[in-house]
Design a protein around this ligand. Structure first.
Ligand code: AMP
Ligand code: ZN
Length: 110
């Protein structure tokens, strides 16, 4: 846990957020500035700065994020219409919150 990390505070429920899903490994909540009708963040409970900082012991955390994303896509009704899964990595990659998170984005009308 990192004291000044917003997503650590959300995980610890020190900052208000409504979880759509929670288990021992991760939480899921809506992005506050959605880029599409469905925009969820799948966030590991463990503080990991970015993809660059992942260590091999954390491999199972990352695969878990993808399995939860798959389930959330189905729950949100975008599994068949399609969606994007995205990790922004460091400033140049668009990362602004330095606590690993997987974006699930979809639900566009086509
Ligand atoms: P990234 O650019 O990959 O670091 O994504 C960070 C995301 O967190 C952005 O899409 C923000 O809109 C979102 N965000 C920032 N603060 C909050 C918050 N309090 N609750 C939910 N989402 C947030
Ligand atoms: Zn954190």
């Amino acid at each position: 846990m990192s004291d000044d990390c917003l997503f650590c505070k959300i995980v610890k429920r020190e900052v208000e957020s409504r979880f759509l899903f929670e288990d021992d490994i991760c939480v899921v909540f809506k992005d506050i500035h959605p880029a599409a009708p469905v925009h969820l963040l799948i966030v590991p409970k463990k503080h990991i700065r970015s993809v660059n900082d992942l260590i091999s012991e954390e491999e199972s955390i990352v695969s878990h994020l993808f399995m939860v994303a798959r389930d959330m896509a189905k729950e949100q009704g975008v599994d068949q219409s399609g969606y994007k899964l995205l990790f922004n990595v460091e400033k140049g990659g668009g990362q602004v919150i330095f606590h690993l998170h997987l974006h699930l984005i979809g639900g566009w009308k086509r």
